[in-house]
Write a new protein. Sequence first.
Length: 196
Amino acid sequence: MDSQLKEPGFHSSAFAVVPKKDVLLTRDGRIIPEISVPQGQSVNDATDTALTPDARWDPFSCIALRILELRTQYPGYNIYALVADIADAFHRVPVHARHSFAFGGTFPRSQIGIVSEMAVFGWTASPGFFAIMGKATIHYQRTGTSYVIGYPVPFWAFQWVDDIVIIEVDIDDRLLRAERRLKRCHQVSVRIWQVE
């Protein structure tokens, strides 16, 4: 770690422990890099955001519009939402050296550190890099089709960073095909809910 700290342009951060959902911090916690401090000298402050990928995605209103569209086109049929999260996206997204060749962190009061070449959660540019995986997933999903009442219909997908929402009507094997296609795209965790 000492050699890394001497590199020009190398910024590192300390680690912090934050609570996990429904678990007291005294029992367990999540270790995260504190890359937004110290203010003015942090990893986030040193990041050139002009180099980060586009992190825009569709507005949430698209989901409601999709449900209304399906209710109008297929009255009486059940409509389901498939919600997918790209599993451990922040462990799978490598960062190009031009953006940041690695992320480093040190443990307080020690010479122990960690260096990773993956985009870390909390980095100002992470949403853009995670969104690339989401955009690739919805592109793949939207290029697939299945037959609905005798007509080929492309699959519909919504993306928010690395989360994917698919709203489909349950006719023939449409829902099953949409789920299978999504699972083939990336390692995703899929949950299914019926839309009331």
